[in-house]
Design a protein around this ligand. Structure first.
Ligand SMILES: *[C@@H]1O[C@H](CO)[C@@H](O)[C@H](O)[C@H]1NC(C)=O
Ligand SMILES: *[C@@H]1O[C@H](CO)[C@@H](O)[C@H](O)[C@H]1NC(C)=O
Ligand SMILES: *[C@@H]1O[C@H](CO)[C@@H](O)[C@H](O)[C@H]1NC(C)=O
Ligand SMILES: *[C@@H]1O[C@H](CO)[C@@H](O)[C@H](O)[C@H]1NC(C)=O
Ligand SMILES: *[C@@H]1O[C@H](CO)[C@@H](O)[C@H](O)[C@H]1NC(C)=O
Ligand SMILES: *[C@@H]1O[C@H](CO)[C@@H](O)[C@H](O)[C@H]1NC(C)=O
Ligand SMILES: *[C@@H]1O[C@H](CO)[C@@H](O)[C@H](O)[C@H]1NC(C)=O
Ligand SMILES: *[C@@H]1O[C@H](CO)[C@@H](O)[C@H](O)[C@H]1NC(C)=O
Length: 347
């Protein structure tokens, strides 16, 4: 059964240039709650020290055991980020592209970017633990030029997202979404493409990663943002690592093992040329962007995508480190992989 609801929300701004978040357009597929009534703590941040300890034992020779494959119902567009909220809900950020962006030409840059705006919708899709689709919200209006919903983070109360133009060095809107209602709230406007966001709940820092995660822009939530749609300014940190482009990250905490420095776990891929794509996972210092530990993962999905393409979440289950990956576009399968604790150790 399909219920159709269109909820009109109070908006921060009705400026046409940034039509993002003027209204929430949500298709409800199952008459059940989006999220548990009592929101659980995030897996990543509540298991920080265990994740750091188990991550430290990974290497190139780690054996990855497939625990579960879950087919996600319906069109998933281009999935960008995933958060698991409790054992029976997955929230997936995704981009629907109704008109492709087109490159201006070889090395042609106009107004700081290299392609046309294209068009589409930013989605937040809710699935249960068996992959049944519960609801699909379009967070942007038809004609909005910001429609790319990047990597997401869940802090125990909100899902944080950046909805950006689908081109480098453009603009983005930082939002937080209530998982119980899917209602988005606009927080601020950024004069760059942002493709992922992490909330350090201990220092109240929001770290956003731009195109290819080359730069991190940091904002402290007690600093008043510029009134939307004016752009807020940020502390920018250059990412020193070109090994992979981080796509989806989760806040871990301030682990003792890393001198209590704010740390996130990130996954990603990069194409070195048209035939070689590499992927992996990393623990990253949120202040310096230095990868403290990083490990390649060479698994592919059944459809041929590098397993670390876009969405990733993490948890420790029965003492084992588990990753949740959703690499394929449109027709997506969740791959749950666990690191074999007795993998041969590489010297
Ligand atoms: C949805 O479920 C609630 C109880 O869980 C029920 O009261 C309501 O009538 C249902 N709505 C529809 C449209 O079936
Ligand atoms: C799609 O993008 C092209 C530029 O690449 C533009 O000329 C065209 O008007 C756009 N179409 C729509 C429906 O937005
Ligand atoms: C570049 O910016 C100028 C000034 O805002 C605008 O008039 C022009 O249309 C833009 N060019 C493109 C290709 O977007
Ligand atoms: C980004 O675009 C702005 C114009 O919007 C331009 O001034 C700036 O040089 C560009 N930055 C980079 C790194 O390309
Ligand atoms: C709701 O979003 C979908 C995109 O998933 C779009 O096709 C549809 O036109 C939107 N409806 C309204 C009323 O904006
Ligand atoms: C990224 O950061 C570098 C160094 O701070 C800066 O020169 C560059 O303009 C930034 N790029 C963008 C797209 O903002
Ligand atoms: C990509 O790089 C590899 C290793 O250098 C090389 O063998 C291959 O031909 C390259 N492919 C393309 C399309 O350039
Ligand atoms: C969807 O993907 C699965 C593999 O993950 C494949 O077996 C199936 O044929 C695909 N379905 C369609 C309609 O492409």
């Amino acid at each position: 059964m399909q219920f159709r609801a269109r909820l009109i929300l109070a908006t921060v701004s009705t400026v046409a240039y940034c039509a993002a978040v003027a209204a929430l357009n949500v298709t409800i597929y199952q008459n059940t709650s989006f999220a548990p009534a009592e929101l659980p703590v995030p897996y990543a941040a509540s298991q920080c020290d265990e994740i750091v300890e188990l991550f430290g034992r990974l290497g190139r020779t780690t054996v990855w055991n497939l625990v579960e494959k879950v087919h996600f119902e319906g069109d998933t567009y281009e999935p960008e980020g995933i958060v698991r909220i409790g054992d029976d809900r997955y929230f997936v950020s995704a981009g629907e592209y109704t008109n492709k962006t087109v490159k201006y030409g070889n090395n042609v840059v106009i107004n700081g970017t290299d392609r046309t705006a294209g068009s589409g919708f930013a989605h937040m899709i809710v699935f249960d633990g068996q992959g049944n689709r519960i609801a699909d919200a379009s967070l942007t209006e038809r004609g909005a030029i910001e429609y790319h919903n990047g990597g997401i983070d869940y802090d125990g109360e909100f899902i944080w997202a950046t909805i950006a133009q689908y081109r480098p060095n453009s603009t983005a809107t930082l939002m937080r979404i209530d998982p119980r209602t899917l209602n988005p709230t606009t927080i601020l406007h950024v004069a760059d493409h942002e493709g992922g966001v992490v909330h350090d709940t201990l220092t109240n820092k929001i770290v956003m990663l731009n195109w290819g995660s080359r730069n991190a822009s940091t904002w402290k939530t007690h600093v008043k943002p510029a009134p939307y749609p004016s752009f807020t300014s940020f502390h920018v940190t250059r990412n020193p690592s070109y090994y992979i482009d981080y796509q989806d990250c989760k806040f871990l905490g301030h682990p003792k093992a890393f001198d209590y420095r704010g740390t996130m776990i990130c996954s990603g891929v990069t194409s070195l040329n048209s035939t070689i794509t590499i992927g992996g996972v990393a623990l990253v210092d949120m202040e310096t962007m230095i990868p403290v530990e990083e490990v390649p993962i060479t698994i592919s999905s059944d459809l041929g995508a590098a397993i670390t393409t876009n969405p990733m979440d993490v948890a420790v289950v029965d003492g084992r480190l588990r990753f949740y990956f959703l690499p394929d576009q449109h027709n997506s399968t969740l791959y749950v992989y666990e690191a074999e604790p007795n993998s041969p150790f590489e010297f």
